[in-house]
Design a protein. Structure first.
Length: 289
């Protein structure tokens, strides 16, 4: 990775021409007449781009010589700060880490501008040979393409590199040797009903509530009394956080009479406390023992 410097290049007067000038990465940029508003705006623009690039100094890697290993290191640093929710890494991070490792191990010393469609197809083939499923291979290829797209947006490599990778199609069912994963089927109701009596009471109620309301598991876990509007016959639950909130979407879960019967006892607590606490159920079980 390029070595970084701390000092910001200065806005200076070029005596011979009377223009304002700034030197960035060893190159002089003439900004227009000295001390004019236009010259200062141009200075701000160039410095902003330089800061966004991470303050590279003269001699830093250019678009022509940055390697895949350098690209991977830069994108991984970005991903660790971008894919975060409530101060914790999201579920996207492990998959990104795997895809970047595959890319670096096979093409780390390759110049990024030389990583084209044939190289990506080669990675597809190697992932299939390693036993990865068709869906998982397609997911990893998508993650690699997003890393390259990010590098283009940061002007680390030309946009044409990402554009060329979009010509590589994903693996299609029945047209590849990649194995197919068995579909994930819902657990049979009879099995759930037979299991519930053997569960801790709180966990059993969490399952009953989820079946009756259609909540995602995490939405049951983070349910609080303050999140539930009980003013109408059908209650409304607006989760504090949900899976698609980063897309600007709202999430509303409607709670009917049967689900209300399950939830009602758990609303009699502090408004900001979580309704379902398996720890409470475990304490109850131990006291009974």
């Amino acid at each position: 990775m390029p070595k970084l410097i701390k000092t910001t290049p200065k806005y200076r007067r070029h005596k011979a021409s009377g223009q304002a000038v700034v030197t960035i990465q060893g190159r002089d940029h003439y900004l227009g007449p000295w001390k004019t508003k236009a010259s200062k705006l141009e200075y701000d623009r160039l410095i902003g781009e330089w800061l966004s690039a991470g303050r590279p100094q003269a001699g830093a890697s250019t678009q022509s010589d940055i390697t895949i290993a350098e690209l991977v290191a830069a994108y991984w640093k970005f991903a660790q700060t971008y894919y975060v929710k409530n101060g914790k890494p999201t579920g996207s991070i492990p998959g990104i880490k795997v895809a970047l490792r595959i890319l670096r191990q096979n093409y780390g010393h390759t110049r990024a501008i030389d990583f084209g469609p044939l190289a990506l197809k080669s990675l597809q083939h190697r992932m299939v040979e390693s036993g990865q499923s068709r869906g998982y291979v397609n997911d990893n290829v998508g993650r690699i393409r997003r890393a390259v797209k990010w590098a283009c947006s940061e002007e680390l490599i030309p946009a044409s590199v990402h554009q060329s990778l979009t010509t590589v199609s994903g693996l299609r069912k029945g047209r590849t040797d990649a194995r197919e994963m068995d579909p994930i089927e819902p657990v049979d109701d009879a099995i759930v009903d037979a299991t519930l009596p053997h569960m801790p009471s709180v966990v059993a109620d969490m399952i009953r509530f989820q079946r009756l309301s259609g909540c995602r598991p995490v939405e049951v876990r983070i349910l609080r009394p303050c999140d539930v509007d009980t003013s109408e016959d059908v209650w409304r639950y607006r989760p504090e956080s949900h899976k698609t909130e980063h897309h600007g979407r709202d999430r509303m879960i409607f709670i009917g009479p049967l689900a209300q019967d399950v939830l009602r006892p758990y609303l009699l607590r502090d408004k900001s406390a979580y309704c379902f606490s398996p720890a409470e159920s475990e304490r109850k079980r131990r006291s009974q023992q």
